[in-house]
Design a binder for this molecule. Structure first.
Ligand code: 6GU
Length: 235
């Protein structure tokens, strides 16, 4: 997987790259590169954003700036890119990220993630240069960088070998193995702490009963989440 992140804050990703599952994925031959919009801006003084037409607060990332950055990186007209590769704008108005979308992205050979700042993107960037717009939840971040890290984190940990333990991403929260429900509770030693004891079934050594109990717990948690109300997709 080739992950390219376009951002004004490439140094934020230094920390991210050092996280173990990310480092594992990179050691396996995957790549995470950052491109700074500022390095190729056609504007003087390193300018990358501007005030919104029609007025209003904040600054908007300029379409000419993003075009120059994409053109420099890929050597083609960025308007042709969406038909060649997955180019994703991180924006609160985008498609909500969930496990199914992560699986879809993890199957790609390459992903381009565009981070907006301030009030976000000039809409022409999203319209002409991207194949997708993705949001990570119904709240507003100061910029797309944290969302890009969430996307990169969730995608990279799905790649074979990234987690060290091959089953880890198979039967976990929101996967088909659990019918899309959250994961069941886990316990480890001590079996009793201050009288808080581990459910008996987990100590029984009875694999089929353990399996049934876990499925039931997962299902109950899914029900509880539905009662808690919509977490973005209205489910
Ligand atoms: Cl992708 N970007 C920003 N700025 N805020 C968000 C988001 C993305 N997803 C949820 N909130």
């Amino acid at each position: 997987m080739q992950l390219d992140v376009f951002t004004l804050f490439p140094q934020w990703f230094d920390w991210f790259r050092s996280q173990r599952h990310v480092a594992n994925a990179l050691a396996l031959g995957h790549d995470l590169s950052c491109v700074n919009y500022r390095d190729t801006t056609p504007l003087s003084g390193g300018q990358v954003d501007d005030t919104p037409f029609g007025g209003g607060a904040g600054m908007v990332l300029r379409v000419d700036v993003v075009e120059a950055a994409l053109r420099a990186r890929y050597g083609v007209d960025p308007a042709e890119l969406p038909s060649q590769r997955r180019v994703i704008a991180l924006t609160p108005g985008g498609r909500m990220l969930d496990d199914a979308l992560v699986d879809e992205l993890a199957a790609e050979r390459a992903l381009t993630l565009l981070c907006g700042r301030y009030e976000g993107f000039d809409e022409r960037i999203v319209e002409h240069f991207t194949s997708d717009a993705i949001s990570i939840g119904r709240y507003v971040l100061a910029g797309g960088e944290l969302a890009a890290m969430v996307v990169a984190d969730t995608v990279l940990r799905k790649l074979p070998g990234a987690l060290g333990h091959e089953d880890s991403a198979q039967e976990e929260s929101f996967t088909a193995a659990l019918d899309g429900a959250p994961e069941y509770p886990h316990y480890t030693r001590p079996a009793d702490h201050r009288g808080w004891s581990v459910p008996e079934v987990l100590l029984s050594g009875h694999h089929e009963r353990v399996r049934q109990w876990r499925l039931e717990q997962s299902r109950l948690r899914g029900e509880q989440q539905s009662l808690d109300g919509p977490a973005g997709d209205g489910a």
